[in-house]
Design a protein around this ligand. Structure first.
Ligand SMILES: C[S@@+](CC[C@H](N)C(=O)[O-])C[C@H]1O[C@@H](n2cnc3c(N)ncnc32)[C@H](O)[C@@H]1O
Length: 241
């Protein structure tokens, strides 16, 4: 299955999301992720699956002096490119395929991209290698309770209102084909053990784990409440000490 982010229909839908129009402040997880963002002033930042480049630009605002955003979607990168300059570069490159030079980056950040990765452990090992001592790996991945269900959808009442979110097949890891923004999108389900223990077995020290809970303000916006009341996202901060 091709990368849906380059499918014109999917990309058009994605570009209509509030996070695409308004940026980080409109993203349900940002209120929590922002607090976990380390001091990057004078430092270097690698963004895995950077999309429009919001986190790259934020790193620059926070004083980073070298930022690289990687993504496999030309369409997403074309949105990011307007902010390319002396400090920020973007590269069309898979998270799995980047060369991860040893001790190169102070922060590796990844927002909502790692659930597209089949071999999460392999990426963790490369990230550990490419971080400088004291460096931070901060990511937000779709929550395993969200990715587990084969259909990844609510169970609905006869009147069409969502009844509950089923968690099934939890220990069957790997590929899920789900309906996202009206398109079929291939994602990878990883258990909580894989997500957290995978970091520990590489040598990372986990310093924060949070489940995204958007603010009441955001939840009260039309069309948002059902979508965001699921455990959708898991935020993790790990350090290479
Ligand atoms: C939900 S978007 C998030 C974009 C950005 N991180 C943000 O938070 O605004 C997921 C991004 O991951 C990218 N992506 C998916 N699989 C990837 C892979 N294997 N390597 C690099 N990028 C990937 C997609 O092209 C897309 O831009």
């Amino acid at each position: 299955m091709a990368n849906e982010y380059d499918n014109p229909k999917f990309f058009e839908q994605y570009s209509q999301m509030s996070r695409s129009k308004q940026g980080l402040e409109a993203a349900g997880e940002w209120r929590q992720l922002k607090k976990l963002f380390p001091d990057v002033s004078g430092g270097s930042v690698l963004d895995l699956g950077c999309g429009y480049g919001w986190h790259c630009r934020y790193a620059v605002e926070r004083g980073a002096v070298r930022v690289l955003g990687l993504d496999i979607s030309e369409k997403m990168l074309s949105e990011a490119k307007s902010s390319e300059g002396e400090t920020v570069a973007y590269r069309l490159c898979g998270i799995e395929n980047y060369e991860y030079p040893g001790e190169e980056w102070d922060l590796v950040v990844s927002n909502l991209a790692l659930h597209y990765i089949e071999d999460l452990g392999a990426v963790y090992r490369k990230v550990f290698k490419t971080l400088r001592p004291g460096g931070v790996f901060l990511f937000n991945i779709e929550h395993p309770v969200f990715t587990a269900g084969v259909g990844q959808d609510w169970v609905y009442a006869p009147d069409g209102s969502p009844l509950y979110w089923p968690v099934d097949g939890y220990f069957t890891t790997g590929e899920r084909v789900t309906n996202f923004l009206g398109c079929k999108v291939k994602k990878q389900h990883h258990t909580l053990t894989q997500i957290l223990n995978g970091l520990i077995s590489c040598g990372f020290v986990i310093t924060a784990v949070e489940e995204a809970q958007p603010s009441e303000d955001m939840l009260s916006q039309p069309g948002m409440s059902d979508e965001l009341r699921r455990p959708m996202m898991l935020l993790v901060r790990a350090e290479k000490r």
